[in-house]
Design a protein around this ligand. Structure first.
Ligand code: NDP
Ligand code: GDR
Length: 330
């Protein structure tokens, strides 16, 4: 029997790339999918339909992070060797509007899985999708040693999940790790996140389908990497003999304004003629500057990024130009 993994959040950006990676390594992959009135699986439909995986190595199960008994039942039934916990209310802006819901899903959802593992005695390895947002206002560069100063309900919920993961490791001996990932993007990025919003708008404006791009804070700086490279780091973390926490980042930072200029340059347009400030995209508090120090991941996981923001902007803009309708499945 090969290795079996459970991915929560398999329908999201990272879940889809991770499912591809694990299937390519011969894993059996189970994915948690929450009920929706419309299809939520466009990012993974190509895996479900691919004749090469119709030997039954990808299975989807309905379930929600708010439903602890369902999660416990699935763990009991599936007996995964590895659990990649990626599901979350992951939108920082939305977390200011829905702080209680964000806490219930992004915070308590993690505890529900850890507690199900503890009670059942399941010897699985557990990956928690921790975030650079947890550093918040802490000045860059940020490493595993940097104290957290969360600046949003989302970040506070992730800090809670980070510590619950560590607590279950230290108190109960679970193999549980935190990947502290800095922003990572791709053509599969959700359309509300700033990189995808910019790449999509640049291509639509170039095609004459849109006139103006409305954005909030152009000065925020982020350490943007390429999502397929980041899921590789997740997998490497769970292959180590001992569980530990790792920062995953490129070590470079660019402003939102820089990313705008990269995308518009790619389509041959002057961004200043098309971008307008819009107050509604501002946050009650924003994280000013994130730059990760991923030395530990380089040393212990032999993980290094190869795609940086300028190339990332090209990849995302080109994907939008080629076939905007199919972009989420690339
Ligand atoms: P996405 O927003 O693309 O995906 C989130 C996933 O969680 C989706 O599959 C979504 O399902 C699922 N989900 C949301 N709420 C629930 C719920 N109540 N029950 C079950 N499933 C739920 O996120 P990413 O792929 O970008 O990120 C993956 C994880 O990594 C997240 O936890 C995120 O917070 C974290 N992270 C992401 C970073 C990034 O730059 N991308 C950086 C650091 C951390 P549905 O498709 O139905 O909405
Ligand atoms: P972030 O990503 O908050 O870093 O969280 P997002 O792309 O939403 O914002 C990045 C920066 O861009 C500024 N910004 C805008 N953002 C959005 N979404 N829309 C706009 O119009 C806009 N204008 C300016 C924001 O203010 C911010 O400073 C992402 C998520 O994936 C989290 O789940 C993850 O944990 C972190 O990355 C690391």
């Amino acid at each position: 029997m090969g290795t079996t993994a459970l991915i929560t959040g398999i329908t999201g950006q990272d879940g889809s790339y991770l499912a591809e990676l694990l299937l390519s390594k011969g894993y059996t992959v189970h994915g948690l999918v929450r009920r929706s009135s419309s299809q939520s699986t466009p990012r993974i439909d190509h895996l479900v339909q691919d004749p090469h995986v119709e030997d039954g190595r990808l299975f989807l199960h309905s379930g929600d992070l708010n439903d602890g008994s369902r999660l416990a039942m699935l763990l009991e039934r599936l007996q995964p060797d590895e659990i990649y916990h990626l599901a979350a209310q992951s939108d920082v802006r939305v977390s200011f509007d829905e702080p209680e819901y964000t806490g219930a899903v992004t915070g308590l959802g993690t505890t529900r899985i850890l507690e199900a593992m503890r009670i059942s005695g399941l010897p699985a390895r557990f990956y928690q999708a921790s975030s650079s947002e947890m550093f918040g206002a802490a000045p860059p560069p940020q490493s595993e040693e940097t104290p957290f100063r969360p600046s949003s309900p989302y970040a506070a919920a992730k800090v809670y999940s980070y510590w619950m993961t560590r607590n279950y490791r230290e108190a109960y001996g679970l193999y549980a790790v935190n990947g502290i990932m800095f922003n990572h993007e791709s053509p599969r990025r959700g359309e509300a996140f700033v990189t995808r919003k910019i790449a999509r708008a640049a291509s639509r404006i170039a095609r004459g389908e849109q006139a103006i791009l409305r954005l909030g804070n152009l000065e925020a700086r982020r350490d943007w990497g390429y999502a397929p490279e980041y899921v590789e780091a997740m997998w490497r973390m769970l292959q180590r003999a001992k569980p530990d926490d790792y920062v995953v980042a490129t070590g470079t930072s660019y402003s939102v304004r820089d990313f705008v200029s990269f995308c518009f340059e790619r389509v041959g347009l002057d961004w200043e003629r098309h971008v307008r400030f819009d107050e509604q995209y501002m946050r009650p508090s924003d994280v000013p500057d994130l730059v990760g120090d991923a030395s530990k991941a380089k040393l212990e996981l032999a993980w290094e990024p190869t795609v940086f923001a300028p190339e990332l902007a090209q990849i995302m803009t080109d994907a939008e130009l080629e076939d905007p309708a199919a972009v989420t499945v690339r």
